[in-house]
Design a protein around this ligand. Structure first.
Ligand code: NDP
Ligand code: 2IT
Length: 446
């Protein structure tokens, strides 16, 4: 570690004690940005990096609600409004018992660069709660969402901060929160994305992250004269992102052989396609957060308490959660001949795993570039809301495909410009950073 990076990280750690995920996300970005910042005295003088790691605003609030049995429950809600240099704060809401300030700060920080890469005018933010949707009734989820929005509504708005979904927050939760926002504000605003089609949502938003990851992986494969045709693909997770990726991999001629949940993974060597993909929606809607019923339903192997990275595959798409692919998993993938790892989840690979991929020269697509398709279509939903129009499926998909190709090219160009050709991690960080940093310089010390 260089002295400059070491000093910088010491300060970040001292100011944000105990926030391991946030430190991890900052270190990964700053490591690749140091050479850029050191070449630009204006960035250093204006303390652009130091300002970027400090959220513009951090909101934390009480979320009380009543369970079906009459018991009062109290959760904690958050919204991190990280950076608004290039547009209103934008980013998802995560409802999961593992949610802490550290997790949301890592996600909000990454979102700044991801949103910049999309080329759409969106700043970075993230929020959520330690609420666990597992085994909750629909009415309990509704009451929780209403209580959450009863505080959040005063901090957000279509030109201020536009939340969306993430783990544990899908169309149903966005609906309950939108209803409560509209009631409190008496205004029909495009204040959340991922809305239903009849009330301002965009076609392709549910599929967007998974489609985008697959488009990005395909662009990477093309640089080696390859495609998804005939490739064996391991996917982790079974949620929104994994579902979209499974559909698009099949469209592009690949064969998906795994899915995973917190209970383990399923191995389906015949390929996960057609009704098996649709079954993923049932699995998630069952609210049990387990993948084993897939194995029972389709008569395939279930491997308890393991990740799918031990399976032989050509392409791996981690689509579940942070730090789900470690050094040993990376070794297994490389030993089994995997040629491409493209991240659907946010920060799924540990730093040790990522280093192995970069050293081996494998095609490695980092989350903030590869999974930007979700927020990109959120941006398109905002545009459609602003002009009070809705675009066709084909139109939105074409925009998404074009945006993913452009992100891929920007990463390649930036990596080459700084002497790290083909390193998509450096490319994504540098390309995402420059636009935000220049906007911050232009807007003065605020
Ligand atoms: P869903 O709620 O639809 O799916 C939930 C996923 O969460 C499951 O696949 C499950 O996989 C995983 N999960 C289970 N247990 C835990 C745990 N203890 N901690 C954290 N995660 C757990 O979420 P999404 O599909 O929307 O999100 C999956 C990933 O993609 C996340 O990293 C998210 O940040 C990222 N992402 C989502 C976007 C979106 O638009 N929805 C956009 C860009 C990125 P498993 O059990 O195997 O962990
Ligand atoms: O991590 C992400 O980019 C998301 N969860 C989507 C955010 C959004 O605003 O659509």
């Amino acid at each position: 570690m260089s002295t400059a990076l070491n000093d910088f990280m010491q300060e970040v750690k001292a100011k944000n004690p105990g926030e391991a995920e946030f430190h991890q996300a900052v270190e990964e970005v700053v490591e690749t940005l140091m050479p850029v910042v050191e070449k630009q005295p204006e960035y250093r003088k204006a303390k652009v990096l130091e300002r970027m790691v400090e959220p513009e605003r951090t909101i934390s609030f009480r979320v009380p609600w009543v369970a079906d049995n009459g018991e009062v429950r109290v959760n904690r809600g958050y919204r991190i409004e990280f950076n608004s240099a290039i547009g209103p704060y934008k980013g998802g809401l995560r409802f999961h018992p593992s949610v802490t300030l550290s997790i949301l700060k890592f996600l909000g920080f990454e979102q700044i660069f991801k949103n910049s890469l999309t080329t759409l005018p969106m700043g970075g933010g993230k929020g959520g709660s330690d609420f666990d949707p597992k085994f909750k009734s629909k009415n309990e989820i509704m009451r929780f969402c209403q209580s959450f929005m009863s505080e959040l509504y005063r901090h957000i708005g279509p030109n201020t901060d536009v939340p969306a979904g993430d783990i544990g927050v899908g169309g149903q939760e966005i609906g309950f929160m939108f209803g409560q926002y509209k009631k409190l504000k008496n205004s029909f605003d495009g204040v959340l994305t991922g809305k239903g089609l009849s009330w301002g949502g965009s076609l392709i938003r549910p599929e967007a992250t998974g489609f985008g990851v697959t488009y990005f992986a395909n662009e990477m494969l093309k640089t080696k004269g390859q495609s998804f045709e005939g490739k064996t693909v391991a996917i982790s997770g079974f949620g929104n992102v994994a579902w979209g990726a499974a559909i698009k991999v099949n469209d592009m001629g690949g064969k998906v052989v795994t899915l995973s949940g917190p209970d383990g993974y399923v191995y389906d060597p015949a390929g996960i396609s057609g009704e098996k993909i649709e079954y993923m929606l049932e699995l998630r809607a069952s609210n049990q957060d387990i993948v084993e019923p897939y194995a029972e339903r389709f008569g395939v192997e279930f491997i308890a308490n393991k990740h799918p990275w031990e399976v032989k595959c050509d392409v791996a798409l981690p689509c579940a959660t942070q730090n789900e692919l470690n050094e040993e998993d990376a070794k297994n993938l490389l030993a089994n001949g995997c040629i491409c790892v493209c991240e659907g989840a946010n920060m799924p690979t540990t730093p040790e795993g990522a280093k192995l991929f970069l050293d081996a020269g494998l095609l490695y697509g980092p989350a903030k570039a590869a999974n930007a398709g979700g927020v990109a279509v959120s941006g398109l939903e905002m545009s459609q809301n602003s002009i009070r129009m809705s675009w066709s499926r084909e139109e939105v998909d074409q925009h998404l495909h074009r945006i993913m190709k452009n992100i891929h090219q920007s990463c390649l160009d930036a990596s080459a410009q700084y002497g790290m050709a083909g390193n998509y991690v450096a490319g994504a960080n540098i390309a995402g950073f420059t636009k935000v940093a220049d906007a911050m310089l232009a807007q003065g010390i605020v």
